[in-house]
Design a protein around this ligand. Sequence first.
Ligand SMILES: Cc1cc2nc3c(=O)[nH]c(=O)nc-3n(C[C@H](O)[C@H](O)[C@H](O)COP(=O)(O)OP(=O)(O)OC[C@H]3O[C@@H](n4cnc5c(N)ncnc54)[C@H](O)[C@@H]3O)c2cc1C
Length: 428
Amino acid sequence: VRAERLLILGNGGAAVSAARSARDSGHPGEIHLVSDVDGPAFNPMLSPYFLKGSIPWGSCFPFGLEWYSAYDVTCHFGSAVEFLDVLNRRAILEGGERLPYDKCLVATGAAPVVPPVPGLRGSSRVHVMRTAASVRRLDKAIASARRVLVLGASFVGLKAAEILARRGIGVTLLDVADRVLPLGAHPDCAAHIRSLFEGHGVKVHLGCSMDGMESSPQGAVCHFEDDVVREADLVVVCTGVRANVDFVDPTLVRMDKGILVDELMETNVPGLYAAGDASQGANLLNGEKEWLGTWENARLQGRTAGKNLAGQEARYHGSIPHNIGPFFDWTYAQIGDTLSGDLIHHAFGDPERGAHAVLAFREDLLVGANLINCTHLAGRLRRMILGKEQGSSFLNKATSVRDIESVLDVPMDGRVSALRPSFYRGGR
Ligand SMILES: Cc1cc2nc3c(=O)[nH]c(=O)nc-3n(C[C@H](O)[C@H](O)[C@H](O)COP(=O)(O)OP(=O)(O)OC[C@H]3O[C@@H](n4cnc5c(N)ncnc54)[C@H](O)[C@@H]3O)c2cc1C
């Protein structure tokens, strides 16, 4: 019997995890991997650490080049997929090469979206952070920049603002939303994070949208509502991403923002799988298929897809929204849902004096948490949310971050202080 030929489209965490798990699961046949970039897989999550000067450039490529030959993966580097012909089971690359397959995985990730503001798209003054090339380009540009606008106070936007402020550059952070981290932070936490950034010299302007931009050899002139004009050397756009799936026919493959997958990571087309930021799997909080956009999710989905590509049966039930990271000398995590209108919020502590936690409950169940300087609680709280543990009702009785530690049996963290809680009910 001829061994099946596997085709993996993309070259990030999801793609590499899939190829590795297919081989580790004993797949004997050919594995082909297609990347639009000529080089080993890049981890975008590590790019802020490189730009801050905490890690060398090489560390952003966690698998290296040797990995592909060690796993006997045939690389088609530097050629983007242009069309996926699912009816004839073949991918067509730019330049016309046709790659047939028995089973295929789409793991082409996502790309930043630059809003359709006149003058923004295509300007040499505009930067994003995602691929190795975009990070290198930004690193070079900020070496001579004095004033930078960051559009979008998302997790990535805040990371960009921190990098620039640390490098001594004047930063203005702008968002149309009325607070930072509008998609994941309770207003209380968002206000603390905003103060942290302002304390480090970042100017924060919320509730404002850009109307247009003019670029010249001297810089960028950016126009906002109410005739506000801001000048900058660069504009870093962090206003969201879009799945790289333009080469997939949406009349044949079920899609929303990404390709819809089941627990096997299989699409509605037999033999076609998707994983990582190109896909939408289950959000375990609400059972909906949603775009979750994390490295961990990409790796786990890729690993599951790889086993199924190799003919084993593996399932990945899904995940919940989960972001964690350092901002200056604080750590911050947002897990699950803290924003729906029907939640009861309990807030503990004060980050200026130690730690701060906002826990969100739906009736008795913990459904979300925002944690400042107590992110050592994140793993345990996440498991609690995922497991729908009854013990979450006990958290209602906690009166301090210290109480939460002892209820959860998580070792204490030196920075956590015991302060009286304040309570919120419903609302945003
Ligand atoms: C600045 C930044 C910080 C982040 N921080 C965190 C964090 O702290 N924690 C976290 O969990 N996540 C973080 N993320 C998100 C995380 O990096 C992504 O969720 C993860 O990289 C998704 O992996 P992926 O393999 O699905 O996609 P990607 O990493 O995007 O890889 C997709 C690959 O496919 C290639 N490709 C695209 N189109 C084509 C095509 N047509 N043909 C061939 N190849 C193609 C791309 O070049 C790329 O190599 C961050 C992201 C950014 C940008």
